[in-house]
Design a protein around this ligand. Sequence first.
Ligand code: AMP
Ligand code: MN
Ligand code: MN
Ligand code: MN
Length: 280
Amino acid sequence: MKPLNADLHCHSTVSDGLLTPAEVVRRAHGNGVELLALTDHDELGGLTEARAAADEVGLRFLDGVEVSISWGDDQTVHIVALGVDPTNPALVAGLQQVRSGRDSRAGRMAAELDKVGIHGAYEGALRHAGNPALISRAHFARYIVEQGRAKDTKSVFDYWLAKGKPGYVQHAWASLEDAVSWIVGAGGTAVVAHPGRYRMSKAERHTLFAAFKDMGGRGVEVLSGSHNAEEVAEFSRVCREFGFLASRASDFHGPGESWIDLGKMPDLPEGLTPVWSQFI
Ligand code: AMP
Ligand code: MN
Ligand code: MN
Ligand code: MN
């Protein structure tokens, strides 16, 4: 049987994506996606529009969100929630609290960037974000490219925004335990997003996966736009070892700004249980 073209991680203008929720849905449908989850950062505000657009084109749709977590010694980890009830009070309140830190963090980032000669970054990033509670490093990256200080957003991260670079500041996001409990409490499935992107040793990642499983986490993104073949093999092994469900995710943010387009990932490796088996 032909595997389902599921894409369970992407962004819209409601966080740091470039397309509106409805545009994301229509592009996914046009690309042959058969099951889509919109997973804006810490924000559920695009789901109603996305679901309406999905109903219109006849695309199966899951309510999702990508929650920002602080883990260990100043590591940021992302947990994707799939199939949550977007009206669940604890989830709504928890995400509101996570978002409330973004504006002050952006102010601190702008102050650091100012010291290295990038001026006006708060206002510039806010212009791209449209809302202080949604300002992300991606919006700073767009401003810095616009200023001619880097050729593309990826190089902005390499020079200015990644951990250890001048514009990076420490920030306390949600705890893993809180995030998983909000997701599970809202009837959703918690999935570790793009594990290959975390600068951790295999042993540190093992500790993260074990804690995540203990707290009620169920899935891992095996296929992510940012994973290479070696990482796909490693996280396939992790799924087998821990009994995790496997996810398939573009992490699409917009044309020209993403590793891969909606739904264009390869099929999941054989023998893994797809996380969407519980939704279809
Ligand atoms: P924040 O949640 O504000 O820390 O911003 C993180 C966002 O920045 C991610 O969701 C990506 O959209 C973007 N990002 C992080 N690292 C990179 C990178 N190396 N290249 C391009 N975009 C990145
Ligand atoms: Mn993003
Ligand atoms: Mn992420
Ligand atoms: Mn993402």
